[in-house]
Design a protein around this ligand. Structure first.
Ligand code: CA
Length: 235
């Protein structure tokens, strides 16, 4: 669950209802505004908004203008903005330097796609937790800053995605990670992928890690778990 606060700026009541329902179900707090002015007023009085879902076509001003004002004000300039656009609307400008949205979604979008984007943006916005650069686990040695991995004395050559998968599993060692959670956290914004993708990449990661591959355990019917201890004695 995520307790971040999201401001929905959208003038279609049905869409507002769907967004609110789904975001709150995932644990987000929400505010909703039907116009640009209402949105700016809410941002004025609510200091804890983390992300703005911003429709491009609003009755009183464009989402682009709202985004500009958010970026122009000292207090809100660091806010995350996910723009909701219709096909063909000035997407390049929206995410470009001129307007400065963090990302955009083209309507109609799926709830799953929305959640992936929202989580990815919020994760990027959060300052990274300080972590030790070198981590050792059994025969594994991981250089988190340099994105390199050794099994014993042999370096395992991982793709960026495999490295992220390994680092994510390791950071949560001893805890089961569902395929969906891994998809959201490791793959973040690519939408055309299925939970089978997770299986394929875990398989490849294990092969590359050789004997250390067994640290990544399959939890049948649920997902994967990085062993709590190298010897597998989790007690
Ligand atoms: Ca609209």
């Amino acid at each position: 669950m995520d307790s971040s606060t999201i401001l929905i700026v959208e003038d279609e009541p049905d869409l507002v209802r769907i967004l609110k329902y789904n975001l709150e179900r995932e644990g987000f707090r929400t505010f909703a505004a039907g116009t640009g002015n209402e949105a700016l007023a809410i941002l004025d009085r609510e200091p804890h908004v983390d992300l703005v879902l911003l429709d491009l076509m609003l009755p009183d001003m464009s989402g682009i203008e709202v985004c500009r004002r958010i970026r122009a004000a000292e207090r809100t300039k660091g806010l995350s903005v996910l723009m909701l656009t219709a096909k063909g609307e000035e997407i390049d400008r929206v995410v470009g330097f001129e307007v400065g949205a963090d990302d955009y979604l083209v309507k109609p979008f799926s709830v799953r796609e929305l959640m992936l984007r929202v989580r990815a943006i919020l994760r990027r916005a959060r300052p990274p937790e300080p972590e030790a650069e070198m981590v050792t686990f059994g025969s594994l040695r991981i250089d988190q800053a340099g994105y390199r991995v050794w099994v014993g004395d042999e370096e395992a050559i991982l793709t960026a995605l495999e490295f992220r998968l390994l680092a994510t599993l390791l950071a949560r060692k001893g805890r089961v990670q569902t395929r969906d959670a891994l998809l959201a956290d490791v793959w973040s914004i690519e939408a055309d992928i299925t939970t089978r993708t997770v299986d394929t990449h875990v398989k490849r990661l294990r092969e590359k890690l050789g004997p250390a591959g067994e640290y990544v355990e399959t939890v049948r019917g649920v997902g994967y778990r990085f062993r709590l201890r190298p010897d597998g004695e989790d007690a």
